[in-house]
Design a binder for this molecule. Structure first.
Ligand code: SF4
Length: 336
């Protein structure tokens, strides 16, 4: 049942009306597993053949409600992380056998290399070392907090490292509801500043934006102001897409915030696209996304920030769709 959304004021952390999220359960256990397939796979960017990916684990400790990895049928649940054994050693073997080395490798796009588990972060650091020693860049998407020992590795190889930080709100209560075990926004901002100090490249993604919730002007303004204060000059923006399991994970959070009907209604007329071979995903209507990005850009200008629109989640912008992202016939029952 939708209730009135409390107005997002300028000082978001001061608002008393937001529901208190339940304390998140404990961290998952780690199980080491053997990998049976090659490590290096296609990267997430269509048409970028020189950018590959390697996953160091299956599962993620952060438990984001909007996560597409948690929505996969093979997802083992929130209580266990399957960490691949000997990833750095096997990666070195694969790289030595490459006729042409990749320019960059995403580490590790189906999970978070800096989730709050020391073993995972250490494996990520060892992978960075192997890639750097082969002259290959490591691109590391994260919502986590990087341990000091791992930060030292990133600093040592800073010429070949890029950390991609996701941040869609600086409201601690909202962040805890959407991303229960990720690093608090304050610490993510401090980490961005530290990475800048160390000379490590940082890319910031304000994604996935949730229409009517994290794309409200007050929320965006607070995020952009905070990012500008730590020296960020460009962000990449992208909207949420829905699959049935993503919707199921998000619904309790949206309901708690009185936003369930509002958010789902935004997607009602959106296109269905095969985005990554995992079945149809429902995007927001194109015009709604265009309006939203225009708002982000207008707000960002005030803070001296430029905005790129995420190509991956907006495959219908600018030109015909790649074959791998074909539109599928509308079947509303597919998603709800
Ligand atoms: S940090 Fe990324 S991989 Fe981990 S739960 Fe959140 S969205 Fe999923």
């Amino acid at each position: 049942m939708t209730t009135l959304l409390p107005t997002l004021g300028k000082n978001l952390s001061a608002l008393p009306l937001f529901p208190q999220p339940a304390a998140p359960a404990g961290l998952p256990a780690i199980e080491w597993i053997e990998r049976r397939t090659p490590l290096l796979g296609a990267g997430p960017l269509p048409g970028e053949d020189a950018i590959l990916s390697v996953n160091i684990a299956q599962g993620c400790a952060h438990r984001c409600a909007f996560c597409s990895t948690r929505a996969r049928s093979m997802y083992a649940g929130d209580d266990v992380i399957h960490l691949y054994r000997d990833t750095p050693e096997k990666l070195a073997v694969e790289l030595r056998a490459c006729r042409q080395l990749p320019r960059a490798v995403y580490v590790s796009p189906a999970t978070d290399p800096f989730m709050p588990l020391a073993e995972v972060q250490q494996e990520a650091a060892r992978v960075v070392e192997v890639l750097a020693e082969h002259g290959v860049e490591a691109w590391l998407p994260t919502r986590g907090l990087i341990r000091p020992s791992v930060l030292s590795v990133l600093e040592r190889y800073r010429q070949r490292v890029k950390v991609i930080v996701g941040l869609t709100t600086v409201n601690r209560q909202l962040q805890r509801a959407l991303e229960p075990l990720t690093a608090p926004p304050r610490l993510r901002l401090r980490q961005i500043a530290r990475l800048h100090e160390l000379g490590v490249r940082v890319q910031v993604e304000t994604a996935p934006l949730i229409p009517g919730l994290t794309d409200q002007r007050a929320n965006l303004s607070a995020v952009l102001e905070a990012l500008a204060s730590v020296g960020v000059g460009q962000v990449t923006a992208g909207y949420l897409f829905l699959r049935p399991a993503i919707r199921d994970h998000l619904l309790p959070v949206l309901t708690e915030w009185g936003m369930d009907e509002t958010v789902l209604a935004e997607f009602a007329d959106g296109p269905l696209l095969n985005c990554d071979g995992l079945g149809a995903a429902r995007l927001l209507p194109k015009a709604r996304r265009q309006r939203g990005y225009a708002t982000v850009m207008a707000l960002a200008v005030k803070h001296g920030i430029s905005v790129k629109v995420c190509g991956l989640t907006n495959p219908d912008f600018g030109g015909p769709l790649p074959k791998s992202m074909a539109a599928v016939a509308p079947r509303p029952a597919l998603l709800w």
